[in-house]
Design a protein around this ligand. Structure first.
Ligand code: AMP
Ligand code: ZN
Length: 120
């Protein structure tokens, strides 16, 4: 838990979010500024600032985030047409929230690279 982290505050229910999945390790909620019809953020409860800060003990957790992404892709019916997982790591990647998260994007053809909610 990091007191000034917006995603920690969502996880601790201090801030509202449209939560679509939750378990003992992960919370997933809709992105406030969606870049696609389905745009869900899959967030570990553990405050890991970025992928670079991942530790050996987090290996299973990172796998679990992807299992949850698959489950949500099926639930939101983007499994057949396909979807994209994005992890932005660091400033050049456009990371703005420094609490590790997967973007799950789908519901339309994603032909371009998506960064910061815009196609480039
Ligand atoms: P990133 O650039 O990978 O750090 O992406 C952060 C994402 O968090 C952006 O797509 C934002 O739209 C999204 N975001 C920021 N604040 C909130 C919030 N309070 N609820 C939902 N999504 C948010
Ligand atoms: Zn956090």
């Amino acid at each position: 838990m990091s007191a000034d982290c917006i995603f920690c505050r969502i996880i601790n229910r201090e801030l509202d979010a449209d939560v679509v999945y939750s378990d003992d390790q992960v919370v997933a909620f809709k992105d406030i500024n969606p870049a696609a019809p389905v745009h869900i953020l899959i967030v570990p409860r553990k405050h890991i600032p970025s992928l670079l800060d991942m530790e050996k003990e987090d290996e299973m957790l990172i796998g679990h985030l992807h299992m949850v992404a698959n489950e949500l892709a099926r639930a939101f019916k983007i499994d057949k047409r396909g979807y994209r997982i994005v992890i932005n790591c660091g400033p050049d990647a456009g990371q703005i929230v420094f609490h590790l998260h997967l973007h799950l994007l789908g519901g339309r053809p994603l032909l371009q690279t998506i960064a910061k909610g815009k196609e480039v």
